[in-house]
Design a protein around this ligand. Sequence first.
Ligand SMILES: NC(=O)c1ccc[n+]([C@@H]2O[C@H](COP(=O)([O-])OP(=O)(O)OC[C@H]3O[C@@H](n4cnc5c(N)ncnc54)[C@H](OP(=O)(O)O)[C@@H]3O)[C@@H](O)[C@H]2O)c1
Length: 137
Amino acid sequence: MSDLTGKIAVVTGASRGIGEASARTLDSSGAQVVLTGRTVSDLERVASDLENNPVVIESDLAPAQAGSILAEQVLESVGGVDILVNNAGIPMRRTPDDLTEDDFDLVFSINVRSLLMLTLGLGPSMASRGGGSVINI
Ligand SMILES: NC(=O)c1ccc[n+]([C@@H]2O[C@H](COP(=O)([O-])OP(=O)(O)OC[C@H]3O[C@@H](n4cnc5c(N)ncnc54)[C@H](OP(=O)(O)O)[C@@H]3O)[C@@H](O)[C@H]2O)c1
């Protein structure tokens, strides 16, 4: 990865899996990383290994307004953002007979609604910094 010194990155679902690996890679490339997710202890475990002043923000992306609220928290915490990795998400494996409206709402709220609102909330900050990158996992 290219040198990201001075860049600020947000990784949702940074507590494990692909999000953890993304956070570690961005940090090792020089970026300051904001790690978000529901399990603070796991976020702090990852952050404790990072070198560029990582920030942990507890965030459940399922409730209404969660994406917008997280965007505000990120901007309050680090001022602006260059890179957003929309990684947090859940699978939902159901047969047509089992799928309920609640299942659909839960998947949509995390995997689509909050992703969109977080991206819209951070987009102006990226634009004001000359552009940015949004990676949707
Ligand atoms: N691995 C695959 O084969 C595969 C295939 C297709 C798509 N994906 C997608 O790729 C992404 C990462 O996959 P993975 O395998 O690394 O997933 P994972 O190990 O299950 O990790 C998911 C991450 O999302 C966070 N998360 C889950 N629900 C959340 C919620 N309500 N609010 C905020 N954060 C939440 C989790 O943290 P907390 O539990 O601490 O909140 C965790 O950090 C996911 O979006 C997944 O759906 C993965």
